[in-house]
Design a protein around this ligand. Sequence first.
Ligand code: C5P
Length: 320
Amino acid sequence: MTAGLATDGVARRLVRARASGKVNLQLSVGPRREDGYHPLATVFQAVNLYETVTAATRADAAITLTVSAAPGFEGDLDGVPLDETNLAWRAAEAVREAYGIVDGVDLHIVKGVPIAGGMAGGSADAAAALVACAEVWDCGATRAELLDLAAGLGADVPFSLLGHTAVGLGRGDELSPAMTHGEFHWVFALQAEGLSTPAVFGRYDEFVEDGVRLAKPPRVDTRVMQALMSGDPLELGLALTNDLQEAALELAPRLFGVIEAFEEAEAAGVIVSGSGPTVAALAVSRQHALEMAAHVTAAGVAAAVVTADGPATGTVILEG
Ligand code: C5P
């Protein structure tokens, strides 16, 4: 833990934690449950675009939140709430409540994951804030306790803690690690306008109600698991599927042009990331990823294009 002197002379402790963004290699969605959530069978892969959260203790009980951009971050920070609606803030409150902490905390987020892009940047903030706060307040939290708090904050937050590659069942929060071989090289085409996750699931429900889609129990695709073990991007590219893709494309038809541009650049596979609107393409090498990024940038179909590699780590403490 890093210690410093606050202006009032009280020692101030500081912890910095980092969590990764993710892409869903498979997203199989079942019929809407009573609680509004959908049963999922999904395969997450963490990628090396990072959210970093610093937690610094305060002498009073206030929580504050500030945000800045990581080098290379593409997006507009204006869309990030700086109040109790931010998942990182809610994570700090969840830790306080769970461990009877009365102290406040200054949180600072350095954003590297696209905002509202279907890459779980907000969930990464929550995971990093959970770990940073539990550490800075010396709560003695176990991994199981943190995973429990994470699931209470959002369906993707437990994966942000775990990282690497994992199968998610239930709401996506019942996780088992997946075996993988080597590294995969991704290109992400970002859009200026985000898509709302509930709206995309809502459109999916309408497809089911209208009989356009069959509501069937979600299941993990063995082709994805085999491709991950083989480490072959061509095999994995063919196995990528996302049941939310049709709904996302209907809500954001400009994404058709993005998929086409990636296909022109001979992507091994192209998929809408989670609930979108980010489109993820799998490359056969890092060099190919750079070439695809250049092609899609030139096509003018994305607000920004970034490359990243997976699998990346779960939430780690960088300082403190
Ligand atoms: O859990 P989280 O707040 O991230 O979920 C956001 C929204 O996504 C939910 O309110 C719900 O509309 C939708 N969702 C869902 N089924 C899941 C995960 C998320 O319907 N398994």
